[in-house]
Design a protein around this ligand. Structure first.
Ligand SMILES: Cc1ncc(COP(=O)(O)O)c(C=O)c1O
Length: 380
């Protein structure tokens, strides 16, 4: 069964007499029992934090999306990243994270985890099999993101996960870029895949939500135990919106993916552009790995401009009207940000020009081109 068919039907209540198409939203902290004997049963939900039918439906959808066996839901995408990490590490461990990781994930590792006695080492995202040289006896985790945030490097996950597994090291992949529709880290050997469902799956830029999906039961149990220790819970209203997002995910994503590829190709021919960072373009340095491991793209890509001053970059950004200026992506509206102020890298990405990130929404791609054209004519 194709994903689009599956997501139209997943997690829906069995029709009885005039049944709503989606599960009910149950808002509750207290759940009442008619018998005191049942209060401490371990086989039932006893409290609001333990979820509801709509949460179960969302977990089913994520398990299907990633081909996983267990999902833990989190109140944001960053919380999904940090939960996955905390489930795999203990004091005294060493972890490896890609230099291209989402900035706040990196800050969490280098800041918070450091105070907890966990050492973080950054690795060059194109390290491939050489990751083996970085693994120490106390390495417990490799955290990947592919493509990397802002700079869009593709990692050789099959090689990295194979080496990690042979050494008892867990691999976690932040799979937000592909929405889980065009990249399947668990099938390529990762132990855990994480999503900022805030992006495509919410789809309307009005929900913060995350998910951690595990490849095997043992890992899934460990992640959910950690979630319970931390007290992470998600609201049933948000979970409902995420389930609703799944219903239209494939259609929205296809449009965004197509627009992003068309825009990336078009931009690579513009005279003010030095380089386009989109793995679907044949000139991307990791295009071959992308073709091998991905079945498609995402909505997000980067554009390195030829050398222009900061004033012109800001003039270009401020002149856009179909692209909102804002962080995040994956919603119905297109967005753009200048990236240089947040491009902290240990290994130089060698951009040699200002970097702008575009995220395509659902607008007509010719309107998006027209917007970029009018603003670049005025600015460059
Ligand atoms: C790759 C990636 N991971 C995680 C996150 C964090 O998600 P959230 O904003 O839901 O915390 C983001 C947000 O931009 C992201 O781009």
């Amino acid at each position: 069964m194709k994903d689009s068919t599956k997501y139209a039907h997943l997690g829906r209540p069995k029709p009885e007499l005039a049944t709503a198409v989606n599960p009910d939203i149950t808002r509750a902290s207290t759940l009442l029992f008619d018998k005191a004997e049942d209060l401490y049963r371990s086989d039932i939900r006893a409290y609001g934090r333990h979820g509801s039918a709509v949460h179960d439906a969302v977990c089913d959808a994520f398990n299907h999306l990633e081909g996983g066996v267990g999902t833990s839901l989190t109140p944001s995408g960053l919380a999904a990243c940090t939960l996955a990490i905390m489930s795999c590490v203990k004091s005294g461990d060493h972890i490896l994270i890609t230099d291209s990781v989402y900035g706040p994930t990196r800050s969490f590792c280098q800041g918070y985890l450091l105070t907890m006695g966990v050492e973080t080492e950054l690795y060059q995202p194109r390290i491939g099999a050489k990751i083996e040289e970085r693994i120490r006896p106390n390495t417990s985790l490799i955290f990947l993101e592919s493509p990397g945030s802002l700079t869009f490097e593709i990692q050789d996950l099959p090689k990295i996960s194979k080496i990690a597994r042979s050494k008892g090291v867990k691999t976690v992949v932040d799979n937000t870029w592909s929405a889980g529709l065009t990249y399947n880290p668990l099938k390529l050997g990762a132990d855990i895949s994480v999503h900022a469902a805030t992006k495509y799956i919410g789809g309307h830029s009005d929900i913060m939500f995350g998910a951690v999906i595990s490849r095997d039961e043992k890992t899934a149990k460990q992640v959910d135990k950690t979630r319970k220790f931390l007290g992470y819970a998600t609201s049933p209203d948000d979970a409902y919106q995420i389930l609703r997002g799944f219903r239209s995910l494939t259609t929205r994503f296809e449009r965004q993916e197509q627009s992003s590829q068309e825009l990336a190709e078009w931009l690579s021919g513009q005279n003010y552009v030095h380089r386009v960072l989109h793995p679907a373009l044949p000139e991307h340095p990791d295009h071959d790995i992308w073709q091998r491991d991905f079945s498609g793209g995402g909505c997000l890509f980067g554009v390195v401009l030829k050398q222009v001053d900061q004033k012109s970059v800001l003039k270009f950004m401020n002149g856009l009207s179909n692209f909102g200026l804002g962080f995040s992506y994956g919603g119905f509206e297109s967005v753009a940000i200048p990236c240089d102020p947040q491009l902290g890298r240990q290994f130089d990405p060698e951009l040699s020009g200002p970097l702008i990130r575009f995220g395509c929404g659902l607008e007509d791609v010719n309107d998006l081109k027209g917007d970029i054209k009018q603003s670049s004519n005025a600015a460059f």
